[in-house]
Write a protein that binds this ligand. Structure first.
Ligand SMILES: NC(=O)c1ccc[n+]([C@@H]2O[C@H](COP(=O)([O-])OP(=O)(O)OC[C@H]3O[C@@H](n4cnc5c(N)ncnc54)[C@H](OP(=O)(O)O)[C@@H]3O)[C@@H](O)[C@H]2O)c1
Length: 327
C-alpha cells in the first residue's frame, strides 16, 4: 500500500511494484502483518518528504513488519534462516529506500531483523519493535539508575506502554498517566503510581514526587507542559523533536528510533521480553491490507488502545493496483 502523491488517508492506494531483491547484508521478508503507527501517517501526508527525496514514488509506509524470511542476501550469517518467523524494524525514509512494511514483501538490513517472539501470532508480533525500541532508546538516553523515578505520559499508547514496562524491568519507580477509562489498562502495565492525564498532569506528578521525577518519557507530546514535573537537572525524552527551551537545568533527550534500527542485540532482547511477558503486545484490530486508508482514519480519530494492524498474509492479489494517474 503506497502513495503516488502525498495526501490524506485516501492517498494510500494498492500499488504494483517489482518483487524486491535482497542486496548484500539484506533479507527479503514475506510480510504477514504490518502495524500502523503515527509516523506512517506522516510519510503518507508528506511530512517526511525531505527525507524521501532520494527515493522515487510510490512511497510505501510502515516501520513494523512480522513475517517469514523468504531469501537472504549475500553475506547474511546463519543467525537468520529461510522460513524463519521474524519481526523487522523497517525505516522507509532510510535503508528501505521508500519501500516500507505495508507490502507483501519487504527488504530490510539483516541487522534490523530478529526472531519473532515465542508463542505470538504475526499481528501481535508486528506491534513490537518500532515502539518498544523507541521506548528503549528513550530510557537509554535518560540513563536513570535503578530506584530513580520516571514519569510517562501517553502511557496508554504503544510507546508509553512499552516505556512503563521496560522501565519497571530496569528497576525504576514509574509514574504513569491515564484517562479514567484507561486506568485499569495502564495499572495492568505495572507502574508504581497512576495519575490522571490531561491539564495539570505535571502538578499531579509533583504531588506524588515532591522533588520532581528524574526523567520523563513524553509519549503524549506535551512538551513544555510537563517541565514542572521534572526535578532540577532531570531529563525529558522527546519523541517529536521538541527543542525547548527548558528550565532549571532540565536536559532534552531527543529520541530517534531509526538511529538504533540496526542494534540487533537490543531488538533481540525486546523480542525475548515480549515472549516472556515482560512486554505486553496489544492489537486493537486487524484489517485487510487493502483497508490501510481506513486504518489511518481510525488512528487519526484517536482512542485506539493497542495497535491497528494490516493483514498481508493473504496478499493483495485481488485488489486492483492503481498507477500514478488514478484520481
Ligand atoms: N521519534 C521517534 O523515533 C518515534 C518513534 C515512535 C513514536 N514516536 C512518536 O511518539 C508518540 C507516541 O506514539 P504512539 O505510537 O505511542 O502513539 P499512540 O499509541 O497514539 O499513543 C499516544 C497516547 O497519548 C495519548 N494522549 C493524547 N493526548 C494526550 C494528552 N493530552 N495527555 C495524555 N495522553 C494523551 C493518546 O490517547 P488518545 O488515543 O485518547 O488520543 C494515546 O494513548 C507519537 O507522537 C509518535 O509519532 C516517535
Amino acid at each position: 500500500m503506497g502513495v503516488w502523491r502525498y495526501g490524506g488517508p485516501e492517498a494510500l492506494r494498492v500499488v504494483e511494484l517489482p518483487d524486491p531483491e535482497p542486496g548484500p547484508g539484506e533479507v527479503l521478508i514475506r510480510v504477514h502483518a504490518a502495524a500502523v503507527n503515527p509516523t506512517d501517517t506522516m510519510l503518507r501526508s508528506g511530512a517526511h518528504a525531505a527525507r524521501l527525496q532520494a527515493a522515487a514514488p510510490p512511497y510505501v509506509a510502515g516501520m513494523d513488519a512480522a513475517g517469514v524470511v523468504e531469501r537472504l542476501g549475500a553475506g547474511v550469517d546463519d543467525r537468520l534462516l529461510v522460513g524463519q518467523s521474524v519481526v523487522a524494524l523497517v525505516v522507509p525514509a532510510g535503508p528501505a529506500r521508500g519501500r516500507g512494511a505495508y507490502a507483501e514483501r519487504v527488504v530490510v538490513p539483516a541487522a534490523s531483523v530478529v526472531a519473532a517472539p515465542d508463542g505470538v501470532d504475526f499481528p501481535a508480533a508486528s506491534t513490537l519493535l518500532m515502539n518498544a525500541m523507541t521506548a528503549r532508546v528513550a530510557l537509554d538516553e535518560l540513563a536513570l539508575r535503578p530506584g530513580q523515578t520516571l514519569a510517562v505520559t501517553g502511557a496508554a499508547g504503544a510507546f508509553g506502554g512499552y516505556a512503563v514496562q521496560l522501565a519497571k524491568a530496569d528497576g525504576l519507580r514509574v509514574v504513569a498517566d491515564a484517562a479514567p477509562a484507561d486506568e485499569e489498562l495502564v495499572q495492568g502495565l505495572g507502574p508504581d503510581e497512576v495519575v490522571a492525564r490531561g491539564d495539570g498532569v505535571a502538578g499531579r506528578i509533583r504531588e506524588l514526587v515532591p522533588d520532581g521525577v528524574d526523567g520523563l518519557a513524553d509519549g503524549a507530546v506535551l512538551e513544555s507542559l510537563v517541565l514542572p514535573a521534572i526535578a532540577d537537572g532531570g531529563g525529558l525524552a522527546v519523541v517529536r523533536g521538541w527543542a525547548g527551551p527548558t528550565e532549571r537545568g532540565i536536559t532534552l533527550r531527543p529520541v530517534q528510533v531509526s538511529q538504533r534500527a540496526g542494534d540487533t542485540a537490543a531488538l533481540e532482547r525486546l523480542s525475548r521480553q515480549a515472549g516472556d511477558g515482560t512486554l505486553t503486545l496489544r492489537v486493537a484490530r486487524v484489517l485487510p491490507a487493502a483497508e490501510a486508508a481506513e486504518a489511518h482514519r481510525l488512528l487519526a480519530a484517536g482512542g485506539s488502545r493497542g495497535r491497528l494492524v494490516l493483514d498481508f498474509a493473504a496478499g493483495l492479489a485481488d485488489a486492483p493496483a492503481e498507477g500514478p494517474d488514478a484520481a
